[in-house]
Design a binder for this molecule. Structure first.
Ligand SMILES: Cc1cc2nc3c(=O)[nH]c(=O)nc-3n(C[C@H](O)[C@H](O)[C@H](O)COP(=O)(O)OP(=O)(O)OC[C@H]3O[C@@H](n4cnc5c(N)ncnc54)[C@H](O)[C@@H]3O)c2cc1C
Length: 402
């Protein structure tokens, strides 16, 4: 893996910068800045995707044959770094990051032809129905039941912590199709096309930061055609695990971490320490930032390895767990240092000041506004997509052979 920029990489970087200058509107940037997690405004999410789609860049990691950008490793790195530095909305699109790669690996030709273009052009937004009450880390114990009825399944049960269910028109879901088999062997992977259809109820869950990102979804006799199953009946666990590698390994952590650190440095240049000097000139604080920079660099290089594997047609494997764990840990530490930097200005949470279109001002300087919401939002990062403990278990088995 040669990461030195060649002339064609510099040309590509300039092309990306020109695209971002023209397409990343002030509305998109402002909204992305005011969002601690995923973009709350669905219209803006669609608008951003459509702009990317028009340029052929909606799916940087998908191969060209499926309408992806077909970027090489270096181009993906440049793309992620430039987007993060320019303040583009974080790419939380489960269709692009999870459903697409899973269908490419396990879907039928008909499923690929139908769903992939609709993900790319923003017709479909997907949410993930894996977790249930009592079935998160122990996912194989899930109870949501799909009973065969002719050409259909009839689904009853509930899914918990479903990110973006309220912004989605499709759900990919794990359901129990056999109660007599071993837990892993009685699960099927289903695409719910008509979401939310009759019989589906979505209840919001408001998080610690005051945001609506997650939900609980209830199914009451929901009919789904069997042709919407991915993989064989009762073989959903294999498909589910394949998808999880993309969920854990697909995010552009390194560039986002480096960008968050740059913002932290700027902020520390505006804050004072107890002796009245700029916080950034305090050697103890600087050391903390530099230590995190080393961690962010290690995440970035692991990510390059994963990208390189993906470009060679391999799936991320256990490296996805390494990056999920280290990326989440480092991000949490960066947001902790942010809270330390602004000290007591972290306390007042002026939710109106970060409401889209509001002219309410934060209590402290502008740069303090999103520090606490981001800190609170990132607490979930070491839980969703598989907790740190679960990632360590995977690494212990798959990497260390314990
Ligand atoms: C913000 C957020 C968004 C989410 N979005 C989605 C989504 O869109 N779709 C979806 O399906 N799910 C989603 N989840 C659910 C997420 O995947 C689960 O919360 C996660 O897998 C943990 O499961 P749990 O909540 O049941 O906790 P538990 O599994 O009950 O875990 C509780 C604690 O026990 C530890 N633990 C559990 N098992 C072990 C073990 N074997 N060894 C060591 N320690 C263990 C865990 O690490 C954790 O600290 C989301 C969760 C959050 C918080």
């Amino acid at each position: 893996m040669d990461l030195a920029m060649k002339p064609e990489d510099v040309a590509f970087r300039d092309e990306v910068r020109a695209f971002l200058k023209e397409n990343l509107t002030e509305d998109l940037k402002a909204h992305a800045r005011l969002t601690p997690g995923i973009l709350a405004d669905q219209d803006l999410r669609v608008e951003w995707l459509k702009r990317l789609y028009k340029r052929g860049w909606a799916a940087p990691s998908w191969p060209k044959q499926y309408g992806g950008a077909g970027f090489n490793v270096m181009q993906r790195f440049i793309w992620a770094s430039e987007c993060a530095a320019a303040g583009a909305p974080a790419g939380s699109n489960m269709g692009l990051s999870m459903v697409g790669p899973t269908l490419m690996g396990h879907g039928t030709e008909e499923q690929k032809a139908h769903y992939l273009p609709r993900i790319l052009d923003g017709t479909d937004w997907w949410c993930q129905g894996y977790s249930e009450p009592g079935s998160g880390s122990d996912l194989a114990s899930l109870q949501c039941r799909a009973v065969s009825d002719g050409d259909d399944y009839i689904i009853n049960g509930t899914k918990l912590w479903t990110t973006g269910a309220h912004q989605s028109n499709k759900m990919f879901c794990l359901v129990r199709t056999d109660t007599s088999a071993k837990p892993q062997e009685g699960i099927s992977f289903i695409l719910i096309d008509d979401f939310p259809a009759k019989g589906i109820k979505i209840d919001p869950i408001i998080t610690l930061a005051g945001d609506h990102e997650v939900n609980q979804v209830f199914f009451d006799d929901v009919r789904v055609p069997k042709k919407n199953r991915v993989g064989a009946e009762n073989n959903g666990w294999t498909v589910a695990k394949y998808l999880l590698e993309f969920e854990r390994g697909g995010a552009a952590h390194g560039a986002a971490l480096k960008n968050a650190l740059n913002k932290l440095r700027t902020m520390a240049g505006m804050e004072r320490d107890g002796d009245g000097r700029k916080l950034i000139d305090d050697p103890a604080f600087r050391r903390k930032i530099d230590e995190l920079d080393v961690e962010a660099t290690s995440v970035e290089f692991t990510e390059h390895r994963i990208m390189s594997q993906l470009s060679n047609g391999q799936n991320p494997g256990a490296a996805a767990s390494i990056i999920k764990l280290k990326g989440a840990d480092t991000n949490q530490k960066i947001t902790e240092l942010g809270v330390e930097a602004i000290a007591y200005y972290a306390q007042p949470d002026v939710i109106e000041a970060r409401t889209w279109g509001s002219n309410t001002k934060p209590v402290g300087a502008d740069h303090t506004l999103m520090v606490m919401p981001k800190y609170l939002n990132t607490r979930a990062q070491t839980i969703f997509g598989g907790s740190n403990e679960v990632q360590r278990n995977i690494m212990a088995k798959a990497v260390l052979g314990l």
